[in-house]
Design a protein around this ligand. Structure first.
Ligand code: GAP
Length: 496
């Protein structure tokens, strides 16, 4: 699916709509419809089970979207969270300067300063994509945080920001969570929630939006345990993975298929390698095609102001390999900055050392909307020209559909009974009796329903039904008395 097809498919199937469409829509904002919201929720639930509920070292948090503005001075976002922008003199279209130059002049501008970018735009021939004018205002930098005000009177004192990442709520609450957790380091805090960035040119459907959702973990580690990960037994060092190191990018080499042991020989900290592995494991369990995932190390000039080392997990979309998760070694930058600006102690007392220590942090940061796209892209297939969405059953917006073959001769009443029976045990069951049975199957294939149960004339004779499998279109006949157990067994396989 190319990106336009994906957007059209999502709208048609009730997954995602452009936000405010009846008014001409608002660029960079999207509304998830009934099918999409179920898939997105199932991804969040899986994340929570995998990284929080099934572990004893990670705890949850749900912080405020607007928090104390000093947080953003401390984190460096006021100063550093900026993008260069260029505006067309004639039609006022705005472009993110680095992307604009890359697209128009086909050069790599990673790590270039504003001055260098301005030099490039002055040298080359660039035209406005909208009105074709060649005249632009002098480029400027622009902070990506959305501002709003608290209280009735707007002044610089009432200014607050919508969070551009969920991470900072975690840093400022580290001590609170650490105290109730009653655990020693290492200890993680996870949060799922909205983040806002006033992106200059939102594009590629959900890929770059202005309001999006993150699932982040800040994993706090004792400085004495640096590069001494306790959980390496969970890593299959012989598993293959596509690797694109910073060195290979500098030497213009291609990515290579390596093993996880190669990652551990390159990466500075074992804990960082471990979190890359767990993240990749999770993405594959979601059904994302492993062959379309790769690990790319950030170039030194690309690193965020807080990062010692960062690796992205990229997915191969039709518009190229793009980041869906970033995994950074943030060191102790954030805790120290928040301590400095708040004048509060966020360090931890180490009984053994009889001293206070400041943990360092590995941060896996998942973009939920981008993962949603990668899940759909990996699941999408065609059978006889019709869409079949091969989602893992635990992600399907409808898990089981129940159909009477025809809506007469008592088949519909019997189907209703089967439907009620299933709803007592299974979530997301759907009943449909309108249209031909072929069309009903096709509608379910398109939104990824893994199993359809059909009530036919034989049901009235021997109390049996058919289960139709989405991925093969094959059918199995089964007694109603065994139906719940069989469906539960099918749904259980492959779930997180
Ligand atoms: N706390 C670290 C952090 O926010 P980031 O690389 O800026 O790091 C993390 O963002 C993830 O959030 C990205 O990997 C991406 O999946 C997602 N993301 C970032 N900006 C986005 C946007 N404008 N639209 C959709 N997702 C975005």
């Amino acid at each position: 699916m190319n990106i336009e097809e994906m957007a059209r498919f999502c709208k048609k199937t009730g997954m995602v709509y452009p936000s405010g469409e009846i008014y001409g829509s608002l660029s960079g904002f999207w509304d998830y419809g009934p099918r999409g919201v179920e898939i997105k929720k199932a991804i969040k639930d899986a994340f929570w089970r995998f990284f929080v509920s099934k572990r004893d070292d990670i705890f949850g948090l749900d912080g405020a979207i607007i928090t104390h503005p000093k947080t953003w001075y401390a984190s460096g976002h006021i100063e550093n969270f900026v993008d260069p922008v260029v505006v067309c003199k004639r039609c006022r279209a705005e472009y993110r300067l680095d992307h604009f130059i890359e697209e128009q002049l086909k050069v790599n501008v990673e790590g270039k300063t504003l001055k260098e970018l301005i030099g490039l735009i002055n040298e080359g021939r660039v035209v406005c994509e909208r009105c074709k004018s060649e005249e632009f205002e002098k480029p400027e930098v622009f902070n990506l945080m959305f501002k709003t005000h608290i209280g009735v009177k707007e002044s610089s004192n009432s200014e607050v920001y919508l969070r551009p990442e969920t991470a900072q709520n975690i840093f400022i609450n580290f001590k609170n969570v650490f105290e109730v957790a009653r655990k020693k380091l290492p200890l993680g805090i996870a949060q799922i929630g909205k983040a806002f960035r006033n992106e200059i040119s939102p594009r590629n459907f959900l890929f770059r939006c202005r309001e999006f959702e993150q699932m982040e973990i800040e994993y706090f580690i004792h400085p004495n345990d640096e590069n001494k990960c306790f959980y390496l037994n969970e890593v299959d060092m012989d598993r293959e993975v596509i690797i694109f190191t910073a060195e290979d990018q500098i030497n213009m080499e291609k990515p290579f298929i390596g093993k996880w042991r190669d990652i551990f020989s390159i990466i500075k900290d074992e804990w960082h390698g471990y979190w890359l592995y767990k993240t990749m494991e999770f993405l594959v369990l979601l059904g994302i095609d492993e062959k379309k995932l790769r690990l790319r190390q950030h170039l030194p000039e690309e690193l965020s102001h807080y990062s010692k080392e960062t690796w992205d997990i990229e997915y191969e979309f039709d518009f190229g390999w793009k980041e869906i998760v970033g995994i950074a070694n943030r060191g102790d930058y954030d805790l120290r900055q928040q301590m400095k600006y708040s004048d509060k102690d966020l360090s931890v007392y180490d009984e053994y050392l009889k001293a206070k220590i400041v943990p360092y942090v590995i941060e896996p940061s998942f973009g939920l909307d981008r993962i949603f796209m990668a899940v759909l892209d990996s699941a999408y297939s065609l059978r006889e020209g019709k869409a079949v969405l091969k989602l893992k059953p635990f992600l399907s917006p409808i898990r089981v559909a129940v159909f009477p073959l025809v809506k007469k001769d008592g088949l519909d009443e019997k189907a209703r009974e089967v439907y009620l029976l299933l709803t007592q045990h299974i979530e997301r069951v759907f009943y449909d009796d309108s249209g031909s049975i072929g069309k009903r199957y096709a509608r379910m294939d398109e939104i990824g329903t893994p199993y359809c149960v059909t009530i036919d004339y034989q049901t009235l004779e021997d109390d049996s039904v058919t289960i139709r499998f989405r991925d093969t279109a094959e059918q199995e006949r089964i007694g109603i008395k065994d139906l719940v157990d069989r469906i539960e067994e099918l749904l259980e396989s492959g779930s997180i």
